[in-house]
Design a protein around this ligand. Sequence first.
Ligand code: SF4
Length: 471
Amino acid sequence: MSKEIIRFKSSESALHMNAPSLSEEKGVFMSTYGCQMNDNDSERMLSLLEQMNYTPVNTPELASLIIINSCSIREKPVHKVHSEVGRYRKLKLTKPNLKVGVAGCVAQQEKDRLLKDLPTLDFVLGPDNIDSLPEVILSLKNKDDKDVRLNAAKFKHQEPYHVDTLVRSPGVSTFINITKGCDNFCTFCVVPYTRGRERSRPVTHLIDDINTLVKRGVKEVTLLGQNVNSYTCETGLGFSELLKNICEKTDIERVRYTTSHPKDFTDDLIEISKEYKEKICEHIHLPVQSGSTKVLERMNRGYSREHYLKITEKIFKELPDVALTTDIIVGFPGETEEQFNETMTLLDEVPYENIFAFKYSPRPFTKAARFDDQISEPIQKERLQRLFDKHETQAWDLCKRYQNKKIKVLVEKQDKKTGSYRGRNVQNKMTHFMPFDSTEENGELVGKAVEVEVYKTFPLTLRGKRLEGLK
Ligand code: SF4
């Protein structure tokens, strides 16, 4: 497959050729779909654009530049891009200097078709070329009526991945990319085709990045990668050593990571998590995808139900307070009722505080899209509902463990209207509570890890009470 992933339209209307320069009005409207990687990419694009004097705006009407950061992991992504771009067609007629681009996975997959089908579009930008965005914008301004192409760097296995974390105004908690791409080729997933082969950032860069973020007030980082467990820096250092380095060489208060892959989840990661329990949060997102070994084989996941159960058993033995969450695909091609029931019974064996479950839907380029035993939508829907119903009972049971417990909450925000604070505990439960007294009423707790006692529990959130104020 061609790796060319930035392309501009080959022709412009006379209207656009007479457009005033972009510098006359610089508002950017970013429309983001999908996962945390995409949120992070949008943040990165906004940071780059801010350096070009763009200001983020909340509505497309105020923008001179609109970027749709697309996602193709779930549900009818191309259709969504088409309809959103369609909505901007009229706007472009009234604002001739408005530029519209599509970034993200759909841009990677559908570049030629998008530009051909959507006359409103000015450029497409694949996820591997985000750092070229300023160049793209400048070229839009200066380009003549020729086809302009920029070639993406060729993906190279284990080639170090150099990128600084760009965060406009970091909050208490921030995401930081540690790897990019994926080598696993699960048969349902487009990521290896859209984000390329896996590359890892050098550990020294990550340490520097985190230290800079700490100086800017960040207290918690979430290390991001499609499969963080296969992180390998150019000196051969793996993910658990990376965590150890971060814990020892930075003053970050909390570290989270996502997403883990069961086939690469090692015992030493459990050991490091135990050793640095004060910093490494007790929340592990470990996507199982299916409880059936047969289905896992067809998904090319590289582990069995038994292997997964062994890991989770070890995790709970060594880290008994951990909160485990997972991803599940229901109605994968060929999934029988019995195989689906193996996913249902997995919930009897593994206590999941939260599950992210989806009906399987085919993705372009992927092997599973060509399987000839696709499951009908009504069956998928019915199975998904059964799974959610079962998990709901589990989630209500599990959340009781926080009842009357004293927990440490890293405070992220205060609600200006009600005065209540919110933040997460180490298990990633969003916790709401009121200030103890007037000394805490004006945002004094934001950025602090404070103790609250839980008086009400829900599957996704907790309500707590401050028992004493700031000393
Ligand atoms: S591990 Fe599988 S599901 Fe996850 S990004 Fe890689 S190919 Fe996709």
